[in-house]
Design a protein around this ligand. Structure first.
Ligand code: KIV
Ligand code: ZN
Length: 512
């Protein structure tokens, strides 16, 4: 008999706090629906006090999601908690997650509060949150660097004030698994009322230990794990949701715990988050990386052909990777395309389907074989640029040995057509100069990366662009059979995101 572990997703809160990983309002709603369909227990939808945009996104998600708990984050102050309560109000199942730092270094330097004042703030904030909802989570930020006796008192106060979940974050990713597991066991054994609440793990990956620490916390008595798709999160990220879910599933023999998450949607969710944030998934990433189920060495291939379990501890289809990669081409019709989309986990509206089919046909005219990854790139690209305020309409580039290269571009900015021709030191430089002439900015280009979606010289190119301007950072990605078109679309998209971020403005101090 396995015990249930509550999966708390923080992709849209801690994940969105990673530098450059912004998500639009509609992208957050789209992701929330995917998380709900995956049966994630709690969705931390954002930090409502941080900005009007964050508030609106949490509110819209609270109106949309019915079965998962919708959670908003707030610091310990009254305005934060009330704003959070208002944002999550429409959700049938709602949670306020309030936190304050408890470690000496945070209390002294960050909060500039005396320990006694922190204890009083815990009591006041949790009590206030409980006036708004029965489901209140309290976090001791930097719990792993907190003096043990003080932590015990803080947790006891939070429980007395009505917290129903107690989170002990490893905010700076400092713990070892044995220490983190022992922390939970100790707190649960010594705090009165600990048996009445759920304990939660929230681990950062600064030393690459986030997943191991989360699992150790479960062994110490935690029954909720906070994690994010693709391990997105502050700095080196949070524990990766897909790794937690599959570790519990594959190693049920070693740890008798399970989650309700539908693992067959993990790959799709990973691709979606990568597309939305523009953060590529590393090839050798566990569970969802391109190479997670690929075998190249002759010995491994031979073993696999004889018996898959010689080198695979789970099947690709368990995490949503199609067991076949049937090639489509220009003769494939609507019906086959619809079936393929369904197999890949997409349910498109009629309009989106017509659009995707048109793009597929155009691609199939240029490319002999259209693989699953091509289709995923094509559909995701259309979705990623749907709401874009800066659109690339037409591009013509003159390149070759005799410079300077030139780019002639037509853009649509907020629905208005604009046009220019610019020169550059190479074709990409010319394209970016042309876009910059139409969209003036002070951003610097931190990253320009190209990779082929599939093999072959006719493969689609996927381009990632990262820009930063006055401490704001954005990443965007685009795919196209033409590398320069993909580059133009990614650059325009990054500028549109930067503009949105500038307009949105983040005024609250970021959480850990
Ligand atoms: O890492 C952390 O401590 C956090 C808290 C706000 C839960 O993200
Ligand atoms: Zn965190």
């Amino acid at each position: 008999m396995t015990q249930a572990i509550c999966i708390f997703d923080t992709t849209m809160r801690d994940g969105e706090q990673s530098p450059g990983a912004s998500m639009t309002h509609n992208e957050k709603i789209e992701l929330a629906k995917v998380l709900e369909d995956m049966r994630v227990d709690v969705i931390e939808a954002g930090f409502p006090i941080a900005s009007q945009g964050d508030f609106e996104a949490v509110h819209a998600i609270a109106k949309t999601v019915k079965s998962s708990v919708v959670c908003g984050l707030s610091r310990a102050g009254t305005t934060d908690i009330e704003r959070c309560a208002e944002a999550i109000k429409p959700a049938p199942r709602q949670r306020i997650h309030t936190f304050i730092s408890t470690s000496p270094i945070h209390m002294k330097h960050k909060l500039q509060m005396e320990p006694q004042a922190v204890l009083e703030a815990i009591h006041a904030s949790v009590s206030l949150a409980r006036n708004h909802t029965d489901d209140v989570e309290w976090s001791a930020e930097d719990a792993t660097r907190t003096e043990r006796e003080f932590l015990l008192r803080a947790v006891e106060i939070a429980i007395r004030a009505g917290a129903t979940t107690i989170n002990l974050p490893d905010t700076v990713g400092y713990s070892f698994p044995n220490e983190y597991g022992a922390l939970f066991a100790d707190v649960i054994a010594r705090v009165p009322g600990a048996d009445q609440v759920i304990f939660s793990a929230h681990c950062h990956n600064d030393l690459g230990l986030a997943v191991a620490n989360s699992l150790a916390a479960v062994q110490g008595g935690a029954r909720q794990i906070e994690c994010a798709i693709n391990g997105l999160g502050e700095r080196a990220g949070n524990a990766a949701l897909e790794e937690i879910v599959m570790a519990l599933r594959v190693r049920g023999d070693g740890m008798p715990y399970s989650s309700r998450v539908d693992a067959t949607r993990l790959l799709m969710a990973s691709k979606m988050v990568s597309r939305i944030t523009g953060f590529p998934v590393q090839y050798n990433k566990a569970i969802v990386g391109k190479n997670a189920f690929a075998h190249e060495s002759g010995i491994h291939q031979d073993g696999m052909l004889k018996h898959a379990q010689t080198y695979e501890i789970m099947r690709p289809e368990d995490v949503g990777q199609g067991s076949t990669n049937l090639v489509m081409g220009k003769h494939s019709g609507r019906h086959a395309f619809k079936d393929k989309l369904h197999d890949l986990g997409y349910e498109l509206s009629d309009n989106a389907f017509q659009d995707a089919f048109g793009r597929f046909k155009a691609l199939a005219d240029r490319k002999k074989h259209v693989y699953d990854d091509d289709i995923i790139a094509l559909v995701d690209d259309a979705a990623a640029h749907l709401d874009e305020t800066i659109k690339v309409v037409r591009l013509r580039v003159v390149a070759g040995t005799d410079g300077p290269q030139t780019a002639e571009i037509d853009l649509e900015i907020d629905g208005k057509p604009v046009w220019t021709t610019q020169r550059g030191n190479g074709p990409v430089d010319a394209v970016f100069n042309a876009i910059s002439a139409l969209v003036p900015h002070h951003a610097t280009l931190d990253l320009y990366q190209v990779h082929a979606v599939t093999e072959g010289t006719d493969a689609q190119a996927e381009v990632s662009v990262r820009l930063s301007e006055h401490g704001r950072m954005v990443t965007a990605r685009s795919a196209d059979a033409d590398t320069l078109v993909a580059s133009a679309k990614a650059y325009a998209s990054a500028l549109a995101r930067l503009r949105a971020k500038r307009e949105r403005g983040v005024d609250a101090q970021a959480a850990g």
